[in-house]
Design a protein around this ligand. Sequence first.
Ligand code: FES
Length: 164
Amino acid sequence: MKAAVSRAQTKGSTRASRAVKKTVGRYNADPDMLIQILLDLQTTLGWLSPGVLADVSEQLGVPVSRVYHIASFYKAFSLVPRGRHIIKVCMGTACQVRGAPQLVNVIASMLNMKPGETSEDRRFTLETVNCLGCCAMGPVIAVDGVYHSKPTTEDLRSIFKGAR
Ligand code: FES
């Protein structure tokens, strides 16, 4: 983690602080509900900032090291900001043999970003996953949970254009 963390990050933004308070309250500040609380906050805020983790630690009375451990252990949590739209490109075997590597390269080039990155305007996050569970449709991508089978470059342009 960078040494220079802004005050907003260390203390949590107002919106994030409100979300933490509300979420922790919903579970009666029960430390046993730590994972569920973090899941809810991930859904609400899109990522878990250092400030959010500190607020959760304080409000649950759980050491911040434990909160960090949980938040960094599970893939469901993101400790960096994510885009408003999540693009998942399947890189599972069935999709690989049907052109997933070329597809991810086309997408990365269109959006000028690499897998694992979030665009500067926080519009998109590009991720690769191991299987989206619909191997016969491959290569397949999911944008905000909507699956697209064998998308052409034209399809991709249209999908990304529609995602504001
Ligand atoms: S390998 Fe791509 S959906 Fe299963």
